[in-house]
Design a binder for this molecule. Sequence first.
Ligand code: GDP
Ligand code: ZN
Length: 341
Amino acid sequence: MSWLSDDDEDDDEFGYDESDVRIRPNPKGSRPRTKTRPEHEDAVDGRVLSVDRGRYTVMVGEDTPAEHVLTTTRARELRNDAIVTGDRVDVVGDTSGDEGTLARIVRIQPRTTLLRRSADDTDTVERVIVANADQLMIVIAAADPEPRARLVDRYLVAAYDAGIAPLIVVTKTDLADPGPFLANFAALDVPVLRSAPGAWPIDALAPVLAGHTTVAVGHSGVGKSTLVNALVPGTDRAVGVVNAVTGRGRHTSSSTVSLRVPTGGWIIDTPGVRSFGLGHVDIANVLRAFTDLAAVTAECPRGCTHREDAPDCALDEAVADGRLRADRVDDFRRLLASVTA
Ligand code: GDP
Ligand code: ZN
């Protein structure tokens, strides 16, 4: 079962698996782009929009009058490398995009971030799913399906660990008041937007998405496709029907694609990705999202886990003497706990 073919839409009979996907930063980080090799000096720069059975849809000349979309294949030397949605690539050959032409990807440019599925029983290889995203849009429903704090916690930790900025969009606010659920995240510095039929938060989202590559994630049935269709009219992400009994949705749109938002920015919809599992999260990365706490943890004993049961953790002291808010420290600890639970 390959994630690039995304044929496992409805396999969550026993509840979805939170350990199948994770985000992590590329160890190479934002290394400057290396020069195209001399033999490919005529290569053009492109953005991979979608992947389908060895064919890659690539946009070249982005934001110029020459912008167009090509069908490409990958060069032999890349046959062992996954090329995924969001990748920046160098393309050679016939890049006209004319009917019947097939250009060739000869290079994957260094990635700034990676979204991966971790290895599991059915697939022992870690697979990259999305490259170069800088925002994670966590879509949850106020009800149907019921929101779960632990799932959002895991998305948040994955985002922080990967250096991807999270935001939360709550759908179906016509069905329930998400206030009590959102209280779980009140102390976090994460933008929260609400949506309901006839009240899509498009105006609020447009400036948030402009200039960014945003991956949309959420459990099936939360209304992610509906939201993406509202943001990018004409994309036709198939809207599923939620089963009234199980609350589970059904998709027909099954591939991970990059969609351009008319008001600026890109959304990458990930229909097959229900949730993230987390590997070895670096607490230091998570602390980067809690700069106020990070400063205090400098006073912690060496090797402090900063968890509730950590002896002499400076976070407790800082709460006791009023330097930090208790709910902020609680949020941080809840996120850490969700990683190891
Ligand atoms: P996805 O699986 O997350 O992509 O969810 P879909 O976009 O397919 O939506 C699942 C179901 O929820 C569809 O029947 C939608 O019409 C419905 N839906 C989406 N957004 C809302 C909303 O804000 N309120 C209500 N009541 N239903 C919604
Ligand atoms: Zn500590």
